[in-house]
Design a protein around this ligand. Structure first.
Ligand code: ADP
Ligand code: MG
Length: 166
């Protein structure tokens, strides 16, 4: 089963953390790395407590695990990174979200798949489309069609974001 995992980090050497994490996920016997997006630099989400900027990206895997085992794997990596999960949308050394799994739909207290925030969050949507251009949501709608022309594009790391026009 094809699965997309969203990665985020707002503390420390962010890009290195995300690259190491992709390596660790790909080394899991139940996961094979298919593609990794560029890394994007994004401001913290409004309404949250995070202060630092985030590095975000999406990695695509061929997954032989159940969704529960996948979530256990991503949670273990978050814990190992020293993450504390107290604050709402707070700064974190590692955030791993199970974004999408081909043909799978799940909604209970531990897991919602597809992840409900994909279409509204440009830092998830654009890297997801980079690795999975024909991804569809639970209704069969193409995520590519949610990318509105006026939706701000996240800035790939290495390119400074353009100052806002006044
Ligand atoms: P957020 O990513 O919104 O900042 P957290 O990373 O702290 O929040 O996630 C808290 C919980 O959300 C996880 O422990 C998990 O049980 C639940 N959750 C629900 N759906 C998902 C999903 N698709 N991927 C990852 N976690 C999910
Ligand atoms: Mg999360």
């Amino acid at each position: 089963m094809k699965v997309a995992i969203g990665l985020g980090c707002s503390l420390g050497p962010r890009r290195r953390m995300l690259e190491l994490t992709v390596q660790k996920l790909g080394a899991h016997p139940g996961l094979r790395t298919l593609a990794v997006s560029r890394w994007y630099r994004t401001p913290p989400m409004r309404g949250g407590t995070a202060l630092g900027w985030f590095a975000n990206g999406v990695a695509l895997f061929d997954c032989a695990l159940s969704l529960d085992d996948l979530l256990a794997t991503t949670r273990a990596l978050e814990e190992a990174s020293g993450r504390r999960r107290s604050r709402h949308w707070g700064d974190r050394t590692l955030d791993l979200d199970v974004l999408l799994a081909a043909g799978a739909r799940r909604e209970d207290s531990s897991l919602t798949v597809p992840h409900p925030g994909i279409a509204q969050r440009s830092f998830v949507l654009y890297p997801l489309l980079e690795v999975w251009p024909d991804a569809v949501d639970e209704r069969g709608l193409r995520y590519a069609d949610f990318a509105e022309p006026d939706m701000p594009r996240p800035a790939p790391i290495g390119i400074m974001p353009r100052p806002k026009a006044r």
